[in-house]
Design a protein around this ligand. Structure first.
Ligand code: TYM
Length: 343
């Protein structure tokens, strides 16, 4: 008899150590990680190095980027006493559960993933198998902790839906209702999808070839101000209401960024700047972004001067994460019928 279980509310999310972190990562994800840390749920945040290697990474740069993301977590306000912070490859349960999920997920489900299509592009036959099965590892990240809530930017919505499908299929295939929770995406705030500063139809991304398209968390004040000054816009002044931003993706993006940084809504920003041109709005946005981001970049630099301390934080977090994941993995192996007889 399978008893339905209630899952303890628990937050999990991850960030890839591939390239510089952007304002998109900050507003869409990391800042929300910090808000959740202050709530009632246990919070687990992971630097997903195994996901990063689904495309080629220079080994030394990967190690450095893993420490950089950790430093950014800490600089943005994550506290290793209140949250579990670690890098994925230090907890083998992620890979072990991912293998089981590779056998649960259907090829057709993976083929529908838009991120794979975008990343593989025309070079599909030559992309790694890891890039294809990437979402099964992502499901394993979350479900190795039976996490119930996953704060992410909007671009991860489809992967989260797949994680729910994998959880539901596992529960069904192994006749274990509620064995895994169906994790809820937490997507929201005024900037769930921060767009490129050069093209309002593309998301701001660490992999965009143009550095002017994004604000990096490590940019200095002049660089941030310069990128905002050069951001593409249209010639119209800001409208009276948010509806007036429709069909103006670049303007809408800058308003969304302003709102997110100021901790207010797009409506309030538009009300404040209605009728003003970008000659007024851009310097105000630059000042806000600089005052918000430069203390973070200074703190990242300070933390990066002591890599041993960052490694210690990750090692400690990995031990605590493994202690949570191992019993769930053992239960999963037993459910699947994988024999374990080692002492
Ligand atoms: P990654 O490393 O690309 O991005 C990390 C987080 O930042 C968000 N994000 C954005 N949000 C708003 N606007 C943007 N322009 C923007 N760019 C990035 C992403 O949505 C994400 O929340 N597959 C994930 C990492 C991952 C993960 C997980 C997430 C692996 N396992 C388990 C949650 C749970 C990724 O590549 O994120």
């Amino acid at each position: 008899m399978n008893q339905a279980r209630t899952h303890t509310p628990r937050v999990f999310s991850g960030v890839q150590p591939s390239g510089q972190l952007t304002l998109g990562n900050y507003l869409g994800a990391i800042r929300r990680f910090v808000e959740l840390q202050d709530g009632a749920m246990e919070t687990i945040y992971c630097v997903v190095d195994l996901h990063a290697i689904t495309v080629w990474q220079d080994p030394a740069a990967l190690t450095d980027a893993t420490r950089q993301v950790t430093a950014a977590f800490l600089a943005c306000g994550l506290d290793p006493k209140r949250s579990i912070l670690f890098n994925q490859s230090q907890v083998p349960a992620h890979s072990e559960l991912a293998w089981i999920f590779n056998c649960v997920v259907r090829l057709g489900w993976l083929t529908r993933m838009t991120q794979f299509k975008e990343k593989a592009g025309k070079n599909r036959e030559n992309s790694s198998a890891g890039l294809y099965i990437y979402p099964a590892l992502m499901a394993a990240d979350i479900l190795a902790y039976r996490a119930t809530h996953v704060p992410v930017g909007e671009d991860q919505k489809q992967h989260l839906e797949l994680a729910r499908d994998i959880a539901a299929k596992f529960n069904n295939d192994f006749d274990a209702p509620d064995f895994f929770p169906l994790p809820e995406p937490l997507i929201g705030g005024p900037a769930p999808r921060v767009m490129s500063l050069r093209d309002g139809s593309k998301k701001m991304s660490k992999s965009d070839p143009s550095d002017l398209s994004r604000i990096n968390l490590t940019d200095d004040a002049d660089t941030i101000a310069n990128k905002i000054r050069k951001a593409r816009t249209d010639p119209e002044p800001l409208p009276e209401t948010v509806e007036g931003l429709e069909g103006r993706p670049e303007a809408a993006n800058l308003v969304g960024i302003y709102a997110a940084l100021a901790g207010t809504s797009a409506e309030a920003v538009v009300a404040e700047f209605a009728g003003q041109g970008f000659g007024v709005f851009k310097p105000a946005l630059a000042e806000l972004a600089v005052s918000h981001l430069t203390p973070i970049s200074a703190e990242i630099r300070r933390l990066m001067a002591d890599p041993a301390e960052i490694d210690r934080v990750l090692g400690d977090g990995a031990e605590r994460a493994a202690a949570l994941a191992e019993p769930i993995l053992a239960e999963t192996y037993a459910r699947v019928g994988l024999l374990r007889s080692r002492g």
